[in-house]
Design a protein around this ligand. Sequence first.
Ligand SMILES: [Zn+2]
Length: 81
Amino acid sequence: MKEKCPVCGELFSIGEDLDKGELIYCTECYADLKVIETKPLRLKEVEISDDDDFDSEDEVDDDDDDSKLDDENSDYMGYED
Ligand SMILES: [Zn+2]
């Protein structure tokens, strides 16, 4: 049984009897597809993320580095009157 991929438009082989909600993938472009209807067969691209469990802690280091050395030459020579 061949079906047209909704993503790449190519015909690819799928199983004989698919159930509604079954997840398959296109053998041409490897897109993940879900069977949303069986009669007639309708496929929809789904996005499967294998790991949706990541925390992105953005710690902004807003630290103004004020390490400018006040290095004025203080070679004052005391003139003696
Ligand atoms: Zn495809």
